[in-house]
Design a protein around this ligand. Structure first.
Ligand SMILES: [Zn+2]
Length: 251
């Protein structure tokens, strides 16, 4: 897995792209290798040598802890070859691509340098590989539900969420809906799953088969999605603002 090209060219690029990171961790070096555990092979590529060995180990351990469980619970036939690419040129946090990149997690090392405890971003992305839905962000595969399931999985399979200050919210903020996605939808899914065990698994299968439709909530729970959301949201919505007169008296 090691080549001269990967070893030397990106090191020069890294110095140009992120000099502060290079200065902070001068002893890092390009890494390109593979590891296999429990039937899953992980190719790990950090051509720029952006992350030190202890961070790399944490990423790999977190990946295996989450992916093996997510895969076993949701889709045992999910890919048994996965790639993690550390890319200093990527300015987001992390993502899983589509088509030939459907089993590749790309991570921005700058984010992990600033948020070292946010390691369970790997758990969220690993779930996207298990999901392997036929599309993203359309009627059959709504983005809010895809991201809600990925954060539901981060909550369920994450190793370090509490230390990262990451949790599913127990309250709603103004304007949030079931379609807010991510943690908002993840918390709703956890609540709905508790009342209707197997719901998330069923929705995941619907999405993968390309046959998701809002009416399926009724089929799986006996209630419509708006009815479920109302039931969930009522006790969790923000209290009305105090009347202005009372505030005006305060000094
Ligand atoms: Zn995501």
């Amino acid at each position: 897995m090691t080549s001269m090209r990967l070893r030397f060219l990106p090191l020069a690029l890294a110095a140009l792209v992120s000099p502060s990171l290079s200065q902070a961790q001068p002893q890092t070096q390009a890494f390109d290798g593979q590891v296999s555990r429990d039937g899953v092979t992980l190719y790990y590529q950090d051509a720029a040598g952006a992350l030190a060995a202890p961070v790399r180990k944490r990423i790999i351990d977190t990946f295996y802890f989450a992916y093996l469980r997510e895969r076993a619970d949701f889709r045992p036939a999910a890919p048994n070859e996965v790639r993690i690419v550390i890319d200093p040129a990527y300015t987001g946090v992390a993502f899983v691509g589509d088509k030939d990149k459907a089993s590749t997690i790309t991570i921005n090392p700058g984010w992990l340098a600033q948020h070292p405890d946010d390691i369970d971003l790997v758990t969220h992305e690993a779930m996207h590989i298990v999901q392997g839905y036929p599309s993203y962000g359309d009627k059959r595969v709504p983005g809010w539900l895809v991201e809600g399931i990925a954060d539901y999985a981060r909550d369920r399979y994450g190793m370090n969420n509490a230390a990262a200050g990451w949790a599913l919210p127990d309250k709603l903020s103004q304007g949030q809906t079931v379609e807010s996605g991510y943690r908002v939808t993840g918390a709703f899914l956890k609540w709905a799953e508790a009342a209707h065990p197997g719901l998330v698994l069923a929705l995941d299968k619907d999405l993968r088969d390309g046959r998701y439709a809002p009416a399926l909530w009724q089929k799986h729970t006996g209630k419509t999605l708006p009815a479920l959301w109302t039931e969930y949201a009522k006790p969790r919505s923000p209290a009305p603002a105090p009347p202005p007169a009372r505030r005006a008296k305060r000094r």
